[in-house]
Design a binder for this molecule. Sequence first.
Ligand SMILES: Nc1ncnc2c1ncn2[C@@H]1O[C@H](COP(=O)(O)OP(=O)(O)OP(=O)(O)O)[C@@H](O)[C@H]1O
Ligand SMILES: CCCC(=O)O
Length: 367
Amino acid sequence: MAYRILTINPGSTSTKLGCFEGEKELFTMNVSHDAEDLKKFATISDQLPYRKDMILNALKEANIDLSTIDAFVGRGGGLMAVEGGTYTINDIALDHARRGANGIQHPAQLGPQIARGFADEYQKPSFIVNAPDTDELCLEARITGIKGVYRNVHLHALNLKETAIRHSNNNGWNYEDKNYVVCHIGGGISVSAHQKGKMIDGFDIVGGEGPMAPTRCGSIPAAELIRYCFAHDDMKEVLALTTKTGGFVSHLGTSDALDVSNRANAGDKDAKLVWDAMIYQLIKCISAMAGVLHGKVDGILLGGGMVHNKELVSRITAACEWIAPVSAYPGEFELEAMAAGAIRVLEGKEQVKEYTGKPVWTPDQLD
Ligand SMILES: Nc1ncnc2c1ncn2[C@@H]1O[C@H](COP(=O)(O)OP(=O)(O)OP(=O)(O)O)[C@@H](O)[C@H]1O
Ligand SMILES: CCCC(=O)O
């Protein structure tokens, strides 16, 4: 019989839930949280009881009996850099998610906490699949032009890898045999290079790299940014440009990309320039990742909410199809990807990994 999996993906103002039996979706649900309610909590982990109660109520309304679930999966977060794959939520992973051990506060770190809580209660396994902390960078990608400063990536690893796996399956290929440039173009934008099943390079979208995105500034010339810091007192506000107040929010006061593209099409010059600049930067970043793969690219894959926009897809396709065929996968497969990862290990098709808490790479490995 097919395994029944509950997947939990906490975002900034909602928690997405999915229940799957094998590949079959039994239900998905988006439980909204009032932004004012969330503001009352000092840390992300303080939100746990509040979010858990809302999830339990939603599951009750949907008649989902948690005792029928075979495994619980939470979106990762707060973990030290890990190789991609499916990990048991052991005590170290739980502790790191609770306290955001990697120094980044992200709602996704509630995923392992909620999943492990349910798993303990019902004596079932719990997993994390391709956490945002996935780091498979080649050594050269880690080195910057400042000694002692290294690149640590955080990106939409879950959706990027699932998109690449699905594209491979659709074509009768193995992800492990192919090279792709994979993008997630949504609230945040991730652009990454995948070489034979490993994400060997990508832009750090939590650290202010890559194309500008609805809420993120993307890459900025270093000296301009330093001058900007000198001209501003509040470094917390400056830092927020990398994940909350940059990109469309900084230029246009909205994070709604659909609104920006509509305004651009209706003749709003400011919106058009920002929309065009984002697409320009996307094309530039895709081409950079193709270079990293020496041009040996089997496909350029586009996922995320903005990929519903046909104009964006056709402009990227026109600019990049000289590199490789461009395929669009609008939206995201995050809930399905978490279930699929758990099922692969439960069926013995993939080896489950043990989180050790030691990052995959530290600068002392250079010595
Ligand atoms: N047809 C469209 N044209 C332009 N933008 C669109 C279109 N449809 C959806 N979007 C935009 O996609 C964005 C949402 O994408 P998505 O759902 O992937 O984001 P998210 O889940 O909030 O964040 P993230 O993708 O970073 O996890 C919104 O800004 C929305 O306006
Ligand atoms: C780290 C990838 C997810 C995000 O920042 O939204």
